[in-house]
Design a protein around this ligand. Structure first.
Ligand code: PMV
Length: 321
């Protein structure tokens, strides 16, 4: 008999970035990271296990895709003898363009599959499984503010995500300026591998992350917006600096990306509480206090090349529906 479950998970955006691994096979990050989970950018995934299926099937946003990567994660969760699954997943935001669809996707997948296979539903353990699909996915199991621990053990058992604060602790808002809807040319995985292998700035980048995590944790605990703005912008720019210096250099930004960065800086100089971050893609995420979101949206929508704006508060962790 088929057994199924549906889960939803929000995308997350790192304020202290993850970029580079200490172990590629187990997908262990070289350093920790810290993120916020978004309520409005979500993946909803149904996992249906059936004795009638010969192989896993993946339907993503209505079209059939290679199920290889998700099969690996399902094997880690329930063992290779498990029943095969049909996984139907949809995002309410553009896929593969620097909006962390793999994060919400793998988090929703492991959460639904844990229910289907009656596995341990402990989020820390699920984060260890999700991490092996996509490093940032571990963080989407949790809501609000989340920290990913790099750990030190070679088996990765101390490399997991954990909750720092729920969304209610500090109700920030995020305005995403989409500057290009196309799938990015170089995935995060390939981009970080290239940076590790060729960038003269890679080690310098890794060396700064622990200090940035301390600053960000303290800023969040104190709700100190200026301090969080400083460390988050610095982390994003350092990550991109290391990637720009790779060979060939990774240039994820479009002209409108840079125009958005200047606009956010100008707003903050004028006293509007907003800062930016950018992942491995051309979109700019502007993080602000709720009272500033209308001003931020207005300013970013006036920039030529901004094709869409998404606005969202922080949200909860992965959950069943
Ligand atoms: O785990 P991945 O492959 O989605 O890599 C995430 C990399 C960044 O989004 C650029 C940074 C981060 O910490 O989310």
């Amino acid at each position: 008999m088929a057994k199924s479950a549906t889960a939803r998970a929000g995308a997350n955006i790192a304020l202290v970035k993850y970029w580079g691994k200490r172990d590629s096979r187990l997908n262990l990050p070289a350093a920790g990271s810290l993120s916020i989970t978004l309520a409005g950018l979500e993946t909803v995934t149904t996992v249906a296990a059936s004795p009638d299926l010969k192989a896993d099937e993946l339907i993503l946003d209505g079209s059939s895709q290679d199920a290889g990567p998700i099969s690996k994660v399902l094997d880690l969760l329930a063992g290779p003898q498990r029943r095969r699954c049909r996984v139907d997943s949809s995002n309410n935001f553009p896929t593969g363009s620097g909006l962390a669809s793999s994060a919400s996707g793998y988090a929703a997948l492991v959460f639904a599959a844990a229910q289907v296979f009656d596995c341990n539903p402990d989020r820390r353990w699920l984060s260890i499984i999700a991490r092996q699909g996509s490093g940032s996915a571990a963080r989407s199991l949790f809501g609000g503010f989340c920290e990913m621990r790099a750990g030190q053990r070679s088996d990765g058992s101390d490399c997991y995500a954990e909750a720092l604060f729920e969304a209610e602790h500090w109700p920030l808002e995020v305005v995403v300026a989409v500057t290009d809807r196309a799938r990015k040319d170089v995935s995060s995985r390939d981009g970080m591998n290239r940076t590790m292998a060729t960038s003269p700035y890679y080690q310098a980048w890794v060396d700064t992350v622990a200090g940035d995590l301390d600053l960000a944790r303290t800023a969040i605990a104190r709700r100190d917006f200026e301090a969080l703005a400083a460390v988050a912008e610095s982390s994003a720019l350092k990550m991109h600096a290391s990637a720009l210096a790779a060979s060939p250099g990774l240039l994820y930004w479009k002209p409108a990306t840079i125009a958005c960065l200047h606009a956010v800086r100008e707003l903050r100089s004028a006293g509007i509480p907003v800062f930016f971050t950018i992942d491995a893609g051309p979109q700019v995420k502007a993080i602000c206090l709720p009272e500033a979101s209308a001003r931020v949206t207005e300013a970013l929508s006036a920039i030529p090349g901004v094709v869409e704006l998404l606005q969202t508060p922080l949200g909860a962790g992965a959950r069943l529906v």
